[in-house]
Ligand binder design. Structure first.
Ligand code: APR
Length: 254
């Protein structure tokens, strides 16, 4: 498993294979981190972006990084605009991170830097965003070096705190933060909600050793460990993992 670190500073100064920008749907550039990245990469970035626009919230597309070399690519992802937290904002933000990581893997990147997506102009509460960012990158450890770049001390502190939160269970195969699976048709209301959100998956199938798997990960490894009832109790804590992956890979069917 690679590293995940919090860095305080300007994302345009990061020497990584890929820099992620918090874009708008037009990909023409804006203010905040997007403005800084467009200034550093030069006008060809907006030209390349315009050819790929529009990009829906939660999705990610890549362009060359132009004048940001040796950075190879810029990934443009569009974060959610915060309304009240009940409009699927968490899931869109989670998808921004996961889709960016999947695209970075396709581009064979070894390192990637993320800004605190959606926490500026889009108004996403900083602490909640920090928790989602760390949960998302820990659930899909497919890039060797992941940097979460904070532009101010407060964001840096929040990201560090979120990263210090213990993960209940790690995948023994790939090192991802695990997702608890629930079995049976009499699900608690919280479990139903979490299922709909992709925070847990449905188990109910047998492993080779004739046990029901209690845990799964985003890369479709399944295993058994610990008390199944404890997994149910954990459901409420896992509120923002990967609806994107769940839908794609079929383990978050409500
Ligand atoms: N390096 C790292 N982080 C930065 C930088 C920088 N150079 N500049 C700003 N930030 C931080 C902000 O402090 C904030 O925490 O990036 C975070 C995201 O803020 P915004 O850039 O406002 O992004 P977002 O909230 O996702 O809003 C996106 O703003 O600029 C427009 O085109 C963009 O419409 C889109 C919207």
């Amino acid at each position: 498993m690679g590293t995940i670190e919090v860095v305080l500073g300007d994302i345009t100064r990061q020497r990584v294979d890929i820099i992620v920008t918090a874009a708008n749907e037009s990909l023409l550039g804006g203010g905040g981190v997007d403005g800084a990245i467009h200034r550093a990469a030069g006008p060809r970035l907006a030209e390349a972006g315009a050819r790929l626009a529009p990009v829906e919230p939660g999705k990610a597309v890549a362009t060359p990084a132009f004048d940001l070399a040796p950075v190879k690519h810029v990934i443009h992802t569009v974060g959610p605009v915060w309304e009240d937290g009940e409009q699927g904002e968490d899931l869109v933000l989670t998808s921004c991170y996961l889709n960016s990581l999947l695209l970075a893997e396709e581009l064979e990147a070894e390192s990637i830097a993320f800004p605190a997506i959606a926490t500026g102009v889009h108004g996403f509460p900083a602490e909640r965003a920090a928790r989602i960012a760390t949960m998302a990158v820990r659930s899909l450890p497919i890039i060797d070096e992941i940097r979460l770049v904070a532009f101010d001390e407060e964001t840096s502190g929040l990201l560090r705190e979120a990263l210090a939160e213990p993960v209940r269970e790690w995948c023994p195969t790939c090192g991802a933060a695990a997702i608890p699976l629930v079995n049976g048709c009499r699900l608690l209301p919280e479990a139903r909600q979490a299922l709909a959100a992709g925070a847990i998956g449905l188990g109910g199938f047998l492993l080779d050793d004739d046990t029901f798997p209690q845990w799964g990960c985003a890369q479709e490894h399944y295993w058994t460990n610990g008390e199944r009832d404890e997994c149910r109790n954990q459901v409420a804590l896992n509120d923002a993992i990967a609806v994107t992956l769940g839908e794609d890979r079929g383990w978050s069917v409500p």
